[in-house]
Design a protein around this ligand. Structure first.
Ligand SMILES: *Cc1c(COP(=O)(O)O)cnc(C)c1O
Length: 405
């Protein structure tokens, strides 16, 4: 056997080319190869595919290696991510696991210092188990990466905006630094917070962009998925090799749910973002310190606007008192206390107690993650209802100077 990369269902060229505006493309799924002209791509709920003869293999043989429902969602996502190849796996962390398998023992990763909690945990695990060191830098200052770039650098891992502090990384500048100095390194962007509707890192210079498909892409918190897009087909093929070898490809049913969910991405995000902008303005007017790239007061407002077409629908704010924050979170009725974001329903959380609790307290302090921080993830409910519910919770918590009403 000379061919190390097994042949796999190839992404069709026409379906990865965007011709219309995003909101049109995202709802237009190419199912022209369906033998019965099905309007919705069917779920191929099968583990195996029969062969025509002992040596005559078809496009598919075994669903770990490839499944038509998975191929359809992958081709569709490649198109909306501007990727040469997209791949779907069982979770966002699974996506990062697949990507980090490109790193060999002794090579290094450079990553931000305000990362998703699960990402921190996986990077610490790699440091212990594989001797793969991660340098954490402040990615809001592009130059801070320069001292760490070396021939050992294999991955540069960025989030923008970061979560929960909503800090912005300059993806084009950092990508240029990395590509000029380290031809072997790949710039990887976790684009979960923005979704491809608002920001497409592969168009900004990144080599790989990945998402937790559990969030905006599927949009209903009814499945877990991870989505990886590669700018170069050769990188996509290497990632596919890992997925087939480790068996983490997304199941046919979850692939179908993801394809169904993503069709409404633009309309959901438009509504969620518009409400989030109103809520950010309201909180800022009450005197809270609000972290949201849609506010003029955000220190990197212009940088964000240069990369993304909108500020998104996640914000965080500080109350100055952990007890007050707890009472606000517990005082809301419409906002569910929940980790995660990107759902049609609105969520409220205290990152230090919830999603980011796996980061040790002294490191949270080092990275100036305020313990009283509240994160809001705005859903598609009526914005007046969301504001009224938030206001009554702020009043109950004693967070407003004089109770209004
Ligand atoms: C949720 C999330 C992940 C992990 O995705 P899962 O689907 O939960 O495994 C990674 N990065 C960011 C920014 C996330 O919000």
């Amino acid at each position: 056997m000379t061919d190390i990369l097994p042949s796999s269902p190839a992404a069709s060229v026409t379906s990865t080319t965007r011709r219309y505006r995003f909101a049109t493309e995202v709802v237009t799924v190419d199912s022209s190869d369906d033998p019965h002209n099905a309007a919705s791509v069917p779920i191929y709920q099968t583990a195996t595919f029969k062969q025509k003869g002992a040596t005559a293999t078809g496009e598919y043989d075994y669903s770990r290696s490839g499944n038509p429902t998975r191929t359809h969602v992958e081709n569709h996502l490649a198109k909306i991510m501007s990727a040469e190849r997209a791949l779907v796996v069982t979770s966002g962390m699974g996506a990062l696991d697949v990507i980090t398998r490109l790193v060999k023992t002794g090579e290094e990763i450079i990553a931000g210092d305000d990362l998703y909690g699960g990402t921190n945990r996986l990077l610490s695990f790699l440091a212990k188990s594989q001797n793969v060191k991660t340098h954490h830098i402040d990615t809001t200052k592009s130059d801070s990466i320069l001292p760490y770039l070396s021939d050992k650098t294999r991955l540069v891992l960025l989030e923008s905006p970061t979560n929960p502090l909503i800090k912005i990384s300059d993806i084009p500048t950092i990508s240029k630094y990395v590509h000029d100095r380290c031809p072997n390194a790949l710039v990887v962007v976790d684009n979960t917070m923005m979704s491809p509707y608002l920001q497409r890192p592969l168009e900004l210079g990144a080599d790989i962009s990945y998402h937790s498909g559990t969030k905006y892409l599927s949009g209903h918190h009814d499945l877990m998925a991870g989505v990886i897009g590669a700018k170069k087909a050769s990188v996509g093929d290497e990632l596919y090799y890992v997925i087939n070898a480790t068996g983490c490809g997304l199941s046919p049913f979850d692939s179908w749910l993801l394809l169904r969910g993503v069709k409404t991405l633009a309309v959901r995000m438009d509504k969620q973002q518009a409400s989030c902008i109103r809520i950010a303005d309201y909180l800022e007017a009450q005197g809270f310190k609000v972290h949201f790239p849609g506010l003029r007061s955000h220190p990197q407002y212009d940088l964000h606007a240069s990369m993304a077409s909108g500020p998104g629908a996640v914000l965080s704010f500080e109350t100055g008192d952990t007890g007050i924050s707890e009472r606000i979170v517990e005082g809301t009725k419409l906002w569910s206390i929940s980790v995660s974001f990107g759902c049609v329903n609105s969520l409220i959380s205290m990152p230090c107690r919830m999603s980011h609790a796996s980061i040790p307290a002294h490191i949270r302090a080092e990275r100036s993650l305020p313990e009283d921080l509240i994160r809001l993830c705005v859903g598609i409910e009526d914005a007046d209802d969301l504001l009224e519910d938030l206001e009554q919770a702020l009043n109950i918590a004693g967070a407003l100077p004089t109770p209004s009403k």
